[in-house]
Every structure is written in C-alpha cells, then in structure tokens.
Design a protein around this ligand. Structure first.
Ligand code: ZN
Length: 593
C-alpha cells in the first residue's frame, strides 16, 4: 500500500509522544498496576472501563469496545481521517511531514519560539562576563554544570530592554512578545520593559519539553525572591510541574513521584540521582497538578521543608492528593532543613537512607502533626482526632492497612482499640447494603480488567505474541478455523507479512486502522504479554479444532453416502470415491479442507 508519508513517521511520532499524554488531553487517567484507567469518552459510563497501556501504546474500552493506538484515538476524538490524525500528532511531536502542507505558526508556537529564544539569550548572559556573580552563587549552592545545562538555567541582565531588543532583532513583534509575558507595556512612557531583570532564570517546561514560562530568582536580598511568568494561555501554573519533563520516565519507573517545594530542591535531587522529583510552580499544590502525577505513578512522597510553613503546606498537599486515589507518604526533614540543605550537608547516600527510613503514611502524618499541635490530649481532642482521620482510614482498600492504622491510632490516643473499631462499623442496614454494592462493582471492574476473552481471542493473542505459536498452529490446523471473521481477517493479513516481528505488528496496526479493525486488535493486544494461555492449553485447543474438523468431515461423508444410496448412479459413485481420496489425503496432511 502506498502512503503519503514514509513508514518511519508513525514510529517517530510514537517514540516522541506518549499515548498517555495524547489521551490525557481528554480523559482523566489513573494508574493501576501497569495500566491506566479512566471514564470512556466514547460512551456514557460511571465506573472506568477505558484502559490505556503505555507499554503496548494502545487503548481499549471494555465497555463499548472502542480501541486502537494514539492515531485511532485522535481519529475518533476529532472525527478526522488517518492522514489528518498523523498530521495532528506529527505537529505535536515536532516531526516534519515533508509532503504535508505546513501550517502557519499559530499563536502558541509563536510564544514557544519566543521562550526558546529567550532561554538562549539568558544562557549567553549566564555564561558570559555578566554572569560571574550568578555562576558563583550556583557554585556555592553546589549546582553542577551538567544540571545548569539540563535545566537550561540562565541569567537575565539588569537593563530594562535587553531581552526586548534581542527578540525584536530576531524578528518577533511587540505584540507577540507581549503574549509571552516576558515584556510589559508602560502606558505613561509609551514603551515596553523586560519583566525579568537581574535574576537567575529557571525555564519551566511542560511535560512534553516545550518551554512555557520562567521563574526568576534574585541573587541578593531584593524582593520578591522569586518571580514567575504571569499566567498566559500556554503557561498555566496550576497545570504544570517543575521537573516533570526531566523526571517523568523516572517517576514511571519508580511508580512514585517525590514532591518538593522549590526549583532548587528539585534540581539538587535530580543531580543527586533522585530523578523522580518534581516541584510545584511557586503556588500551592493544585488538584490539576495532583491529576498530572496520578498519570505517572501510584505513589507520591511529599518532601517539603522541615519548618512550620513547610509542614502547613504538607498538610494542604495531602488534602489535595487525598481525592485522587493515590498513595501518599510524607518524610519530615530535620527542623529548619530543606532537601537542598540536607543533600549539601550529608550527601546523597545519607539522603536516600533518610527518605527510605523516615517515610510515614499521610494518615500517620496527620495524627502525629495533630498530636504535636494540641496542648492537651483530653477527650474532646481525642474525638476530634478520630474524626480527622476517620475518612482517610475508611477509604483504604486493604483491611490489613485499616487494622494497622486503627491500632496505631489507639496506641497514640491511649484508647481501647475496640472503641475505635466501633467507629468504623457500618451503622444500620443502609450503609451495609451500600458497602456490598460497592464491592460488587469493584469485582465487575476487575473482571473487565482481564476481560471475558473468548478462546479464539486468546489464541489470536498467542499468535501475535510469538512466532513459535503462529507456526505451531498454522502447521497443525491451518489459520482458517476462526469463526470470528474479524480475527480471521487480521490473522490472514498478519500471516502474509514478512520481516521482524515488531515491524509486522506495527504494519498490522496501521492496516487495522484502515480496515476499522483497530478496536478488536487493541482488545487482543491487551492480552499479549499477559499470562493467559500456556502450552498445554494451546495444544488442547489444537486438538479440539482437529476433533471438530474430523467430526464435520465424517458427517459430510455420511451425508453424501446417504444421497448416493437414494438416487446414485455408477458415475456419481466413482466421482465420490475419487473426491473422497483427495479430501482424506488433505485432511490427514494437516487439514485445510
Ligand atoms: Zn467506551
């Protein structure tokens, strides 16, 4: 098949952008195990049956059976054809399609280009003569040259229009530059001025690596200490996290994000090899940021400053993360220290040990903090404390964990465990019923997760998984046994392909989109690599098909013989014997009849 783009484009795009990012534009995804789940955008539902696998680069809805790869998703979401979906995703990935018409830069890429030019401008100043004080400051803070490069740190000069002039010289207009938030207009003087002056500059990346804004820190005691780009269309502080671009793969691997307060903390942690650290953007941690983290990991460790302000913020972050179904841990640093201080003073080994040995769950954190704050542990305060964490404990899925926290609470409050257990007993019939029905939906959902796959679907997955299976099945019973016609079509096409298994699978995926078979293929792909059929079961299936075929074969023969018996002549009988001989030979050779 001839396509208007070359074959590497699909692969290139899939390498550069993550299916999770594409789908998260529309669906709130939550990670569970190695899958992500959310409410399906293609049918109405209340419990999530829409699943995405980053590893397989595919999505599938167990409710409405819509599925495919990121191209299928964009096609279905935006109502575009495959070619347009490739164009949309190529633009997002920064992959050029030579034959495609290049769209004019829109406002967004305009601002991104300006930010990129500004980064280069600030970097020049940091590395030039002007940047001496800033470089000394960074050296004092023990930020390495490698970190400076990785996070693209820079220095804004002290003049009023250095950046403005530079950007105009590069061909950007005042209007465009103003949109980036890097310059402001002074109406009285009828002129513009640079927003960031004499500051150490921290470019802020979105998760895809575009520079969407800046944070600037003073080197002296001037105020404000930190200044951020104002909110623009592109720079929404509440929806981005510092360090996420650099750290997201590590967060995924660790299945945990470490949340810190400042840009410096984040950089220092990355530098020390703790690369799953992120920081909020000079604002309190937001629900949108929490949702962003849930896309990458099931666990968050909050590591804020050891002082009172840091601890207050910790509690707020716990409340924000609490609604997201993510496991929350807290590590409290020694009084007055931030992660940056700790690393500089004790080094990275001590640091890793410390966060390993001093992490507590958010429930323990809340209890401990409250205990520290109350002047006296009287009855009133004990009741308050139970109520404070009751909801948190009740929402735990594991009975073992619930038990642990109830005992911990009893010990700390010096109350009989039984009294606290009573607080958690469902009161009256209604709530008992409710908890039963909740359990039921949980089970249904888990069944959906593994799916009620038919045996033919499992066989198809086995064929896609390993050529050994493909050949074994093909050589014993052929490939035309599928009663499910879509599976039959897929396997036919797949069998005709040649080359590396990964290339053949990629080719099959593209063909499936063109044939509208991407849903069923995604469904099958969700089985590939899972444990579902062993060799014995595959052999049993082969035996079953053989037995079935032979039953059909003899049924045919006996039907034909009956016919001949009733109204046959000699010629008809002779033809039958010859046909029968050929058919029998075919059948015994492995059975394509
Ligand atoms: Zn659906």
């Amino acid at each position: 098949m001839t396509r208007y783009y070359d074959d590497h484009i699909i692969e290139d795009i899939e390498l550069r952008i993550d299916i999770i990012d594409v789908i998260s534009e529309t669906v709130n995804l939550t990670r569970r195990g190695n899958r992500y789940w959310g409410i399906c955008p293609f049918h109405a539902e209340k419990t999530p049956s829409f699943s995405v696998s980053t590893e397989k680069k595919m999505f599938y809805c167990f409710g409405c059976h819509t599925g495919g790869n990121m191209f299928s998703f964009v096609m279905k979401r935006d109502g575009v054809d495959f070619k347009e979906a490739v164009q949309i995703l190529a633009a997002k990935a920064g992959v050029k399609i030579v034959t495609a018409e290049r769209k004019k830069d829109d406002k967004k890429t305009g601002v991104l280009n300006i930010n990129q030019a500004a980064v280069e401008f600030y970097q020049q100043y940091l590395h030039g003569e002007y940047g001496k004080a800033a470089r000394e400051y960074l050296a004092k803070r023990q930020i390495s040259g490698q970190s400076i490069d990785q996070f693209k740190l820079g220095m804004a000069p002290n003049g009023w229009d250095g950046l403005e002039k530079h950007l105009l010289k590069k061909g950007f207009s005042h209007d465009e530059v103003q949109l980036s938030g890097l310059i402001k207009r002074n109406e009285n003087r009828n002129s513009y001025y640079d927003v960031f002056r004499n500051r150490l500059m921290f470019p802020i990346f979105n998760s895809g690596g575009d520079i969407i804004g800046f944070g600037g820190r003073v080197l002296d005691e001037a105020l404000p200490k930190y200044l951020n780009t104002a909110e623009t269309d592109i720079f929404a502080k509440r929806r981005n996290l510092y360090g996420l671009h650099q750290g997201r793969e590590h967060i995924r691997q660790a299945n945990e994000a470490i949340l810190v307060e400042g840009y410096m903390d984040c950089i220092m942690l990355h530098q020390a090899g703790v690369k799953n650290a992120v920081a909020s953007l000079g604002t309190a941690f937001t629900t949108e940021q929490a949702r962003l983290l849930v896309r990458y990991a099931e666990n968050v460790l909050i590591l804020f400053d050891g002082d009172e302000a840091g601890q207050r913020e910790t509690l707020k972050a716990i409340e924000v993360l609490g609604g997201q179904g993510i496991k929350i841990y807290v590590t409290i640093l020694p009084e007055g220290m931030d992660p940056d201080d700790f690393l500089n003073q004790y080094g990275k080994e001590e640091f890793s040990e410390y966060i390993k040995n001093n992490r507590i769950s958010h429930i323990e954190y809340k209890i401990d903090r409250y205990l520290r704050l109350v002047p006296e542990l009287d009855i009133q305060n004990k009741i308050k404390m139970i109520n404070l964490v009751k909801g948190d404990i009740a929402s735990l899925k594991s009975e073992l964990e619930k038990d642990y926290h109830i005992k911990d609470l009893a010990r700390k409050l010096m109350i009989e465990e039984n009294i606290i257990y009573r607080e958690f007993k469902p009161s009256g019939r209604y709530s008992e019923k409710e908890s039963i029905s909740r359990n039921k939906t949980e089970i249904i959902r888990d069944n959906k997760k593994c799916g009620d796959y038919a045996i033919e679907e499992k066989i198809m997955a086995a064929i896609l998984e390993d050529d050994k299976n493909l050949n074994k099945i093909k050589n014993s019973i052929g490939l035309d046994f599928f009663t499910h016609s879509e599976l039959g079509a897929l396997v036919d096409y797949y069998d005709k392909l040649s080359g590396e298994i990964l290339n053949r699978q990629q080719e099959l995926k593209i063909w499936a989109i063109e044939q509208s078979l991407d849903g069923i293929l995604a469904r099958i792909n969700f089985l590939v690599g899972e444990e579902y059929l062993n060799e014995i079961q595959i052999n049993n299936f082969i035996q079953d098909v053989k037995r079935q075929k032979s039953e059909f074969f003899w049924q045919d023969i006996s039907g034909e013989l009956n016919n001949l018996n009733n109204n046959g002549d000699f010629n008809a009988l002779l033809r039958f014997i010859l046909d029968f001989d050929t058919a029998l030979n075919n059948f015994q050779e492995g059975g394509k009849m």
